[in-house]
Design a protein around this ligand. Sequence first.
Ligand code: PRT
Ligand code: ZN
Length: 285
Amino acid sequence: MSRLRFAIQKSGRLTDQSRALIAECGIELEPAGAKLRSSAYNFSIELLFLRDDDIPGYVAQGIVDAAIVGQNAIAERGVEVSVNRELGFSRCRLSIAVPRGMEYSGITSLSGKRISTSYPRILRSFLDRNKVTAEINEISGSVEIAPSLGLADVICDLVSSGSTLMSNGLREVETIFESQAVLISAPELSEERRAILDSFVFRVDAVQRAKKTKYITLNTPNEAIPEIVKLLPGLKSPSILPLATSGWSSLHTVVGEDDFWSLIDKLRSAGAQGILVLPIEKVIV
Ligand code: PRT
Ligand code: ZN
């Protein structure tokens, strides 16, 4: 039987969360050891462990069927792949940063400057869009030390917390691309592999929905039930069970995490007591 060939980063910032997501989808991998591939015991998938930069090209060519990679790597490769889901981790931005002492009054300040980056394609398209002429110096790593070495005036690199820029005396002035990890697939897949991918995506959705929701139970005097029910969105409507104490009920439902604390405050004001909030492992709708 055919297996879905699925690539993740071999070792780096995407690896742990990619592996965790696969595990949360209930997929158990045989130990890979030093090998660059590993099959799952209980799902028709074969994992390939690759450099992140190579992943978009392999998926676009159909050498790999699907993968998890950063949007930055796809844009820099400039290839066509299908983006199935945004995964919400490994968020970062590609930014232009200048030495703290350099005067910067807008994009035109970059004119005639030498800019070091590992992302020449994304940077070129940003400069062209803004009609700025600057020299791009492509380097493969440690971009942030380029200005202090006299290699460049300015840099363009990935930023997450900003502490690397700060400790190298640089100031972030323009964000040119925002990125997160995404689940991608080849433009064309056989029917059989498409079905395996669909089943994987179904599991990913259940895991991601669960992360955004909590199971909540509370006790309420019966007369407060109508007001409390109005406050609770839930997947359908809440379950209500009578308590042994007459005049009281227990109410169970699922709520989103976005405005969670304000919801708890409103529930308490409406008369809810003994509120329990529980994590959810999967949400199948
Ligand atoms: O060996 P391989 O080629 O597979 O890995 P790599 O070294 O090229 O990539 P890796 O593991 O560093 O990053 C993989 C992906 O993680 C990137 O392509 C992004 O999609 C994502 N990501 C998220 C980041 C960051 N955050 C990040 N902060 N990638 C790199 N950085 C670096 C950045 O280049 C800079 O050096 O972290 C430093 C800045 O971090 P802060 O927190 O100080 O701002
Ligand atoms: Zn890389």
